[in-house]
Design a protein around this ligand. Structure first.
Ligand SMILES: *Cc1c(COP(=O)(O)O)cnc(C)c1O
Length: 230
């Protein structure tokens, strides 16, 4: 069932790539497996899927221990500084960097392991109070500041758009994030690339891809509704 869902979403992703004249394979589909058992991840793994998204450090670590080590783990949820040490050498990409304090901690832990941590800067484009992420106006300065950290590589931007019934309502948000990444790219800051734009979830990934997303994070449409009361 999960594999069938994944394949259907994958097809829709490819459709959106075609509609927006993007190259096939431009967009990475991340299967967001939070709250779902390792067995569901294993099923998709056996079907060839390698990119999985988790939003909690402990849950990601537990799954990491029992699943194959060529899985690319994406940390998409808020990251507390005191938990960086648990994931620094396990995670493929941290999507949710939104403070200098957190960036400094990632730098420190990555330096200890002698690795370079790949990160995205989280932007709260819609300025929702309930959400993490920097204000759009703060991003340029933030990127300039943390670009100097030698054990961090900024790969691009991420946003969590509002929960809407009609995906068209988020088109403006996606356009803004894309424009911001273009503006940053133009500055040619050392150690900064804007190759990744992580935007789009189950309800709106088609619109996000049309507006330039390169990574969509899809949970519900692949794994079904989440039950947080288990
Ligand atoms: C849960 C989550 C997703 C997936 O959301 P769905 O609506 O289930 O596709 C994507 N991004 C983040 C940051 C999430 O926490």
């Amino acid at each position: 069932m999960v594999t069938q869902n994944y394949n259907e979403v994958k097809k829709l992703v490819e459709n959106s790539e075609a509609i927006s004249k993007r190259n096939q394979g431009d967009v990475t589909l991340i299967a967001v497996s939070k709250t779902k058992p390792a067995s569901s991840i294993e099923e998709l793994y056996n079907a060839g899927v390698r990119d999985f998204g988790e939003n909690k450090v402990q849950e990601m670590c537990e799954k990491y221990e029992v699943l194959p080590n060529d899985i690319r783990w994406h940390l998409i949820g808020h990251l507390q500084t005191n938990k960086v040490k648990y994931i620094i050498d396990k995670v493929h990409l941290i999507h949710s960097v939104d403070s200098v304090k957190l960036a400094n901690q990632i730098e420190k832990e990555a330096a200890k392991k002698n690795i370079v941590a790949n990160i995205l800067v989280e932007v709260n484009v819609a300025r929702e109070e309930s959400k993490f992420g920097l204000d759009t106006l703060e991003v340029m300065q933030f990127v300039t500041d943390i670009a100097k950290l030698p054990h961090i590589k900024i790969n691009g931007l991420m946003t969590v758009a509002p929960f809407v019934d009609d995906p068209e309502k988020n088109r403006g948000i996606f356009k803004k994030l894309k424009q911001l990444s273009v503006d940053i790219d133009k500055k040619n800051i050392d150690n900064v690339s804007m190759n990744v734009l992580s935007m789009g979830m189950s309800r709106d990934f088609n619109v996000a891809i049309e507006e330039g997303s390169t990574m969509v994070r899809v949970g519900t449409s692949i794994f079904g509704e989440r039950n947080y009361n288990r």
